[in-house]
Design a protein around this ligand. Structure first.
Ligand SMILES: [Zn+2]
Length: 232
């Protein structure tokens, strides 16, 4: 291991192999895990590239903690898969506005930027040849939750985020086709709140798109309640 590897702690985020932040085998693991997955966040159809588990989970956590460009690039690739799947399903819209949610303060501090927005911008850059014109509309204003979402069960999460997401006054989403974007979906509560906020300014929300989704584990029973797959 070279000195710079030591200083930068360059080890594969998936398996710990040295001198790389993502080894070939783990990269192949991620590719093999790609869905696509169709889920439902409340009534919002949502597209996800992969389950939030094993190598994917390690990679996303590393991106959140370090902002590593290698990890962000893989997340962007996964985001692109889910976005293309979504656009394909939506049909022949001429333009779609992708509205990102925002990373929390802890992730912004660790990654040195808003990871959700960074991943989305990189994903969209690679979609210039898409039949549909894709535009990023970074217009959501998100108040910090009163209580950390991860401490709550599914119903509590919904009421915790209700009213916490707004669309900026400058946004012009009236009559536009909108897709809501996030990195990891847990309960879908934040996606739903964003969808309602966009609907309130007459944007037409077609779907949600996420990089990865977490199988919901009910906090009151401790039992896995299952994923909301419709046709996975
Ligand atoms: Zn590895």
């Amino acid at each position: 291991m070279g000195l710079s590897d030591f200083i930068l702690n360059r080890r594969c985020r998936g398996c710990g192999a040295q001198k790389t932040l993502l080894c070939g085998a783990c990269r192949a693991d991620v590719e093999a895990a790609i869905g696509p997955h169709r889920l439902v966040a409340g009534s919002l159809p949502t597209h996800s590239a992969v389950r939030y588990e094993s190598t994917v989970r390690a990679l996303i956590l590393a991106a959140k903690r370090t902002g590593s460009p290698e990890c962000i690039a893989v997340m962007a690739r996964l985001a692109q898969v889910a976005l293309l799947q979504c656009i394909d399903e939506v049909g022949t819209e001429s333009e779609v506005c992708i509205v990102p949610l925002h990373s929390g303060a802890k992730t912004r501090a660790g990654a040195g930027q808003d990871l959700v927005v960074a991943v989305l911008r990189q994903a969209v850059k690679g979609m210039r040849d898409s039949a549909v014109e894709v535009r990023v509309a970074d217009v959501l204003q998100i108040r910090p939750h009163a209580v950390q979402q991860k401490l709550l069960n599914r119903e509590e999460r919904s009421s915790n985020v209700r009213g916490s997401v707004r669309v900026a006054a400058r946004a012009r989403l009236q009559g536009r086709s909108v897709v809501i974007f996030d990195d990891v979906m847990t309960s879908g509560a934040t996606l739903r709140a964003a969808s309602q906020a966009v609907g309130a300014v007459q944007g037409q929300v077609l779907a949600g798109v996420v990089v990865a989704h977490r199988p919901w584990i009910s906090s009151d029973s401790g039992r896995q309640a299952g994923e909301w797959m419709t046709d996975d």
